[in-house]
Design a protein around this ligand. Structure first.
Ligand code: UT7
Length: 301
């Protein structure tokens, strides 16, 4: 399709495979599959959920929110449901908001989902982006308890001065869909990858350091770092800066590519299911994406 090679993709990104959804399904469908697993593992009924938050930039349609479509598919009535447009940081923005509602005791169970169908917004003629993105969904159910463990802190950030680095230029109020925007392929993701890369390494390094400092723990006390899976080299550079060994990093980009808001919950789920997380472990989740946005959460499991 484009002038590239397996060698270039592997060396520059770490990606070997990706998942591309069948054209008959949409983002809320894969969000539903992930949500059903989270609800089952939590041992609750869907009707007990008091809020749904979906991090996505590739929802079923511009409106209504994919969270509302998911709510309908889960058969739940009259609870708040909304989407977060924070790109790759969307799941962690959702976790941060949910944490506030849980800790203020306004909600008992909150479903937080990261779900993307980036393949629908990928320009398969643009080699700088089409080798990177994949489809996927992950979900978590949050609830409160009386102990000290759980989510210790969340940190969410944005800097709109860098909004030009990753964007879908058309289809919004600035450039509504027209024959011209379609012809010029402006409904696809555009990314200045190399510039984004450099800012990501610097910003994520400081983010992780600040998150650890805020909680008075060292990088050595971390059991697992679960980063957004954008690029293997970004993940390794951040880990090297912090002195975190490779065995303490959750990496699955080789299987899924960059799934934006879905990458952190998918990696978290795989870490839990493969037994890499044990009670009392310190787990740090972090993400960086379009906006620019960046976010982290420190959890004592
Ligand atoms: O998800 C949240 C935010 N996103 C990110 O954090 C993504 C961050 N960026 C990246 O992951 C990397 O910048 C990319 C993987 C997108 C690109 O890697 P890079 O090492 O920054 O490459 P580059 O853009 O500096 O391009 C290097 C060369 C260029 O050729 P010349 O000018 O040196 O001749 C590109 O034209 O690689 C070329 N190139 C490709 N070659 C083969 C760009 N894409 C491809 C490709 N296949 N697919």
């Amino acid at each position: 399709m484009v002038d590239t090679s397996d060698e270039w993709i592997t060396e520059r990104t770490g990606i070997k495979e990706r998942r591309i959804a069948d054209s008959s399904i949409s983002t809320s469908d894969i969000a539903l599959e992930a949500s059903k697993k989270a609800i089952k593992d939590a041992g609750i009924k869907a009707s007990e959920i008091s809020m749904i938050i979906v991090g996505t930039i590739t929802g079923d349609m511009p409106m209504p929110a994919t969270a509302c479509l998911l709510q309908k598919k889960l058969g739940i009535k009259d609870i708040p449901a909304f989407d977060i447009n924070a790109a790759c940081s969307g799941f962690l923005y959702g976790i941060s908001i949910a944490d506030g509602f849980i800790k203020s005791k306004s909600c008992k169970y909150i479903l937080v989902v990261g779900a993307e169908m980036l393949s629908r917004f990928t320009d398969w003629k643009d080699r700088t982006t089409c080798v990177i993105f994949g489809d996927g969904a992950g979900a978590a159910l949050l609830t409160g308890h009386n102990g000290k463990d759980g989510i210790l802190s969340t940190h969410i950030h944005a800097d709109g001065n860098f909004s030009d680095l990753i964007k879908i230029p058309a289809g919004g109020s600035q450039k509504p869909t027209s024959e011209l925007t379609v012809r010029e392929r402006m409904h696809f993701i555009k990314m200045k990858g190399n510039e984004t890369f450099k800012i990501a390494v610097k910003t994520l390094g400081s983010l992780v350091e600040d998150t650890l400092k805020h909680n008075g723990i060292t990088a050595q006390q971390l059991s697992l770092l679960i980063p957004h899976q954008a690029n293997k080299r970004i993940i390794s550079a951040v880990a090297e800066r912090l002195g975190i060994s490779e065995d303490k990093i959750m990496m699955n980009i080789e299987k899924y590519g960059n799934t934006s808001a879905a990458s952190v919950p998918i990696a978290l789920d795989e870490a839990v299911r493969s037994g890499r997380i044990k009670p009392k472990d310190y787990i740090l989740l972090e993400a960086f994406g379009a906006g620019l946005t960046w976010a982290s959460a420190l959890i004592r499991w």
